[in-house]
Design a protein around this ligand. Sequence first.
Ligand SMILES: [Zn+2]
Length: 326
Amino acid sequence: MSIVVETVLTYLPSKRKTTPSGWISFNAPCCHHNGHTADNRGRGGVIQSDNGISYHCFNCGFKCSWQPGRSFSHKMRKMLQWLNAPDDIINKVAFDVMRENEGVQVKERIAELPTFNTVPLPDDAIKITDTTKFDKYSMEVLGYVASRNLNTDDTNYYWSPSLGYRDRLIIPFYYENRVVGWTGRSVLPDKKPKYLTEVQPGFVYGLDEQSYSKAFCIIVEGQLDAIHIDGCALGGSEISEQQAMLLNRLQKQIIVCPDRDSSGSKLVERAIELGWSVSMPDWADNINDVGDAVNKYGRLYTLYSIANTAEDSPLKIRLKAKKWFG
Ligand SMILES: [Zn+2]
């Protein structure tokens, strides 16, 4: 028996019934987590099929399933948590599934997943902390890094003395430890364009930082915002199929934290479609993105407020979005 099926069966409530068609029914543990009243009429049920398992709640409508070869979904993880399975057991299940799938799916993945070529940074780019090259332009860029509460120890920031780049902060895009793109953000308030970017289709910023030990991954629109919270950036307000695939492959809870503008509200609908969580923390009205929040509340509180207000239920997400986008 697969470890997923075995674990679900182990943690089912002891009070349960088996129907002739194979459903095991019990009081659903999901409902009150999804904004419904708790079930006391045995409306939750699991059934085994093709060495996998499906759960369906006839009270709140929550569903989740797993089949051999498929990834261990965020919803399956939730379900096991609601059944009071300990976190270390759940992590072991997730890890085993990932290992098992790795062998089987390598071929499919190569066909589906985007690949990224290594690219050079702009001409003469050097690390911003390279003191041998300090001049008035690099000082300006360094001043910008400080004013945005960014820490030069965390990330490799670059700068280039070449014309067109000397008043830009260059942020390399890494994938599997290779530079596969970059963005040069102007440090002058009125400079157009604000960003000069070299990016390949399907790229998600920050994937290398999403280690196995992290329970969730926060997705924002801009790279600097992602750096603040060790999250990932889409580089815009859209999520392509390839980006979704790369993020789902992390097998973590994905929490989208949109910018507070009209494109952000579209991003919310897309996140719901992908079955991801959305977070719209109760920040002050003039806080429009993670960067603003970090300036006002600091990094730790910003991270806490995002994780703490993440919602899964489409109904709750849409209600909150009405207020948030006002
Ligand atoms: Zn339910």
